[in-house]
Design a protein around this ligand. Structure first.
Ligand code: PXP
Length: 244
């Protein structure tokens, strides 16, 4: 049997975190170069999150990547008028609405769609009228999937963080929630995406999720790329230091 192809979106926020860590005074790592490497590796999409506090991705990154990226851009953003304006200006292929708290280390949970239903429905309509596809980052819950269909999203992205971090019975329970929510999403015509905390081990497991179309993976991939690439970079630095 032919195995299904799951789209890999690569989140490069943490490459931007490394670049910004010296107050934005370095130009490396160059995000457009990384996009080309992701494409060469078979990645099909680039995911970036423009946070309110601009801790990693900057406005100019959004502008340049949406214009010049060799892969489609999935722009994660909060449900806000400011972000809507930026999305409409830059026209990414996808917008993924995410919850955002200023002090959080990462996106800690899914968006509560029922709480923002009127706003998100309106924003989704505006974005879709401009041919921008829309997904919502939610917990794998039946209530959230139903609300997402009501607000007319193209897709939902399940927050996999809880499943990744838990063990034993709670992990099995969370997997059950993911499966039931994925099944319902598919029946309601929503594309099924997943992401957060996925590493090599959990990538092998998540591919068994029914109807999974796409995953977005960031932190582990940026960490693995350091482990896999440091030898080559050290060799090049040594070559730079050799007298010719
Ligand atoms: N998908 C969404 C909606 C996210 O907010 C994030 C984290 O920024 C990811 C995927 C990627 O998560 P991680 O960096 O843990 O792989």
């Amino acid at each position: 049997m032919k195995s299904k192809k799951i789209i890999l979106g690569v989140n490069i926020d943490h490459a931007a975190t490394l670049r910004q860590v010296r107050g934005g005074t370095t130009t490396y790592p160059h995000l457009s170069h990384l996009v080309k490497l992701v494409k060469a590796g078979g990645g099909k999409q680039i995911t970036i999150h423009l946070r309110e506090d601009r801790r990693h991705i900057q406005d100019h990154d959004v502008k340049i990547l949406c214009k010049k990226s060799v892969l489609p851009i999935n722009l994660e953003m909060a449900v806000s008028e400011e972000m809507l304006r930026i999305a409409l200006m830059n026209k990414p292929a996808w917008v993924c609405f995410v919850p955002e708290k200023r002090a959080e280390l990462t996106t800690e949970g899914g968006l509560n769609i029922t709480k923002v239903l009127t706003e998100i429905e309106k924003m989704t309509q505006v974005l879709r009228s401009q041919k921008i596809k829309v997904s919502y980052f939610i917990e794998p819950s039946i209530e959230q999937v139903k609300a997402s269909a009501q607000a007319n999203a193209n897709a939902i992205e399940f927050h996999t963080g809880k499943w990744v971090l838990s063990k034993g019975v709670p992990k099995q329970k969370e997997w059950g929630r993911l499966k039931a929510a994925a099944q319902l999403a598919h029946e309601l015509g929503l594309r099924v995406h997943a992401g957060h905390g996925l590493d090599f081990e959990h990538a092998e497991k998540i591919r068994k999720l029914p109807h999974l179309h796409e995953v977005n993976i960031g932190h582990s991939l940026i960490c693995y790329s350091l482990e896999m690439g440091l030898k080559k970079a050290t060799q090049k630095m040594r070559a730079c230091l050799q007298h010719k």
